[in-house]
Design a protein around this ligand. Structure first.
Ligand code: ZN
Length: 129
């Protein structure tokens, strides 16, 4: 159901930190995540505990750009959806949680007080896992 190994790899990376491809309806998005989907709650909690400063609070969890062709082999991606509609619908449902609103939107009621130093230690702890 994939056009090439790189596309399969990127689809399987959905929700992880780094680059991936997200299926959303019959559309495809190239996504860059600074935080894995699984780590979102931990980050929100750190914001509420005052462990992360305002600069981080304003940073989006992910950036996405729609793509119509595979970045590796050039396949027109709508052809894959036509050929494997059930498989891609299942992926779209699975990936729906990976479409993020940013941290600021989710935490605008939270008052942030701590220093940049505290923020840096938070990130190094998070990414050492
Ligand atoms: Zn491809």
């Amino acid at each position: 159901m994939y056009c090439c190994d790189s596309f399969k790899w990127a689809i399987e990376k959905a929700g992880e930190r780094g680059i991936s491809i997200i299926v959303h309806g019959d559309e495809f998005y190239y996504q860059f995540r600074c935080i894995a989907h699984q780590q979102k709650e931990e980050v929100y909690q750190a914001i509420q505990d005052g462990e992360i400063d305002f600069a981080i609070k304003a940073m989006p969890l992910s950036r996405s750009q729609q793509i119509n062709y595979c970045l590796q082999c050039g396949m027109k991606l709508s052809k894959l959806v036509k050929k494997y509609p059930l498989e891609y619908r299942a992926l779209s449902e699975k990936h729906s949680v990976y479409i993020d609103t940013d941290i600021l939107e989710n935490t605008k009621q939270v008052e942030i007080r701590l220093t940049k130093k505290a923020t840096q230690s938070f990130w190094s702890r998070l990414f050492q896992k």
